[in-house]
Design a protein around this ligand. Structure first.
Ligand code: ARG
Length: 459
């Protein structure tokens, strides 16, 4: 009985498989509630523009209200002829209010409607995403605060380098997420630009007050060019970049947790509630959730590249290629909203194995401090570096730790290597030297913890 909205000029019905490819309802039905809202406000704009009488506007808004309830209660019945959410809403509205329902389509197109809907949807969801991200940041911060003065080896090239405070290490994962949260905020004003009124491409043929319409829908601005308005998906690409960047940060954290939970490191332990077992090897305890977090970064990167590839060669203005945008945006949002809460809880639950961490800080990790000490005694750093290099070589040759070398052997390398020099090889001493701002020293880290707390309270 019903045919596509655009069936007028066609003689043949659409091929069934072609219809299935063309339809986007399975993806864009998630826009149902925003679509209803935009339709309601559009009815008001049409009244203001003199297209609808007050009674017509009221009937349309009331019909749309029924639709909203049907969507909210899950009673809305989609029809096989519903090509996308916009056609479904219009079709149902016409069933509810009769031919008057057809007036809602005046002076607009699905091209400006879909871009408006997607922007609104994203504007609404960003709050949930930020909230979920905040929980991961809080978990990291709480771990940092609970770390006290514990230290562990810091690594470069995954080789033990210098001691760092565990709190400093946790916070090194906090700040990237803080940047991601800022990026989400920065992006908002570019999402909140309203395409509605652009119609198909050239602008509505009716005198719509777009500024008023934008304010009513919660947009911050109105798109300046109708061609650009329906073609612009920068906001989606930017969101997908932030999502991918965030995913990569989470992946890097997950990778480090996985390493640290291996028997070889043994620095962290995943409690049972966030670990998995093996169907074959009874002894296994696996970090699957962290591995999935690592993998999801790839999925998120895929969403970003998929959309950029879709956009790359598009001529102005709307092209059906753009229909593929929503799967990427929804996919990225779903991925993050499923990962972030689990990760927040799992980070909180991680157990720190202090004796393993601190035990891994052997005297060699203070070699730089020994060189610094010689600098303080007047040696140029290059020379000091070479002297300590000889000390390390001797220790390696003897199979001894740096701090186990006898005084005689050290003095033979350099007269400044007396017992005062040996006292330098202490992790606490190394840390205490690093209280410059941003450093790993206990005082600097205390300041950093305050700064991280303060960052969370903003916005
Ligand atoms: N479902 C379409 C989309 O997601 C709506 C716009 C269709 N417009 C058109 N002229 N075919 O982009």
């Amino acid at each position: 009985a019903s045919s596509p909205l655009w069936a007028g000029r066609f003689e043949q019905p659409m091929d069934a498989a072609a219809w299935a490819l063309n339809a986007s309802l399975s993806v864009d039905r998630r826009l149902a509630l925003v679509d209803v809202r935009v339709n309601q406000v559009w009815a008001e704009a049409l009244e203001e523009a003199g297209v609808l009488s007050a009674a017509e506007r009221a009937a349309l808004v009331a019909g749309l209200e029924t639709l909203r309830q049907e969507f909210q209660s899950g009673n809305f019945v989609f029809q096989p002829t519903d090509e996308d959410i916009h056609t479904a809403v219009e079709r149902r509205l016409r069933e509810l209010v009769g031919p008057l329902g057809g007036k809602i389509a005046t002076g607009r197109s699905r091209n400006d409607l879909v871009a408006t809907d997607l922007r609104l949807w994203l504007m609404e969801q960003l709050g949930a995403l930020e909230g979920a991200l905040l929980e991961v940041q809080k978990a990291l911060l709480d771990q940092a605060e609970a770390s006290g003065d514990l230290y562990l080896p810091g690594y470069t090239h995954l080789q033990r380098a210098q001691p760092v405070l565990l709190a400093h290490w946790w916070l090194a994962y906090f700040w990237p997420l803080e940047r991601d949260r800022q990026r989400l905020g920065d992006l908002y004003p570019r999402i909140a630009v309203m395409p509605m009124g652009a119609a198909a491409l050239a602008g509505s043929g009716f005198p719509i007050d777009r500024e008023h319409l934008a304010r009513r829908l919660g947009f911050l601005a109105v798109a300046s060019n109708s061609l650009d308005a329906v073609a612009d998906r920068d906001f989606a690409a930017e969101f997908l970049f932030v999502a991918a960047m965030l995913g990569i940060h989470l992946s890097q954290l997950a990778e480090m947790v996985i390493l640290f939970c291996s028997q070889e490191f043994g620095f962290l332990e995943i409690p049972d509630a966030f670990a998995t077992g093996s169907s074959l090897m009874p002894q296994k305890k696996n970090p699957d959730l962290f591995e999935l977090t690592r993998a999801k970064a790839g999925t998120l990167l895929g969403h970003l590249t998929a959309l950029l590839a879709v956009l790359k060669g598009l001529p102005l203005a709307y092209n059906k290629d753009l229909q593929e945008d929503k799967a990427q945006v929804f996919g990225a949002m779903d991925t993050l909203l499923s990962v972030l809460p689990v990760l927040a809880a799992a980070i909180r639950a991680l157990r720190v194995r202090a004796e393993r961490m601190q035990g891994a800080v052997s005297a060699e990790l203070m070699a730089t401090d020994l060189a610094d000490y010689l600098v303080e005694q007047g040696l140029p750093f290059r020379e000091a570096h070479a002297v300590v290099g000889q000390v390390v070589r001797l220790a390696l040759a003897r199979g001894q730790s740096l701090d186990a070398l006898d005084q005689e052997a050290l003095l033979a390398i350099h007269p400044l290597l007396d017992e005062r020099a040996l006292a330098i090889l202490q992790p606490r001493h190394s840390l205490a030297r690093r209280n410059l701002s941003g450093g790993s020293g206990p005082l600097a880290v205390r300041t950093q913890l305050h700064a991280a707390r303060a960052a969370l309270l903003q916005r």
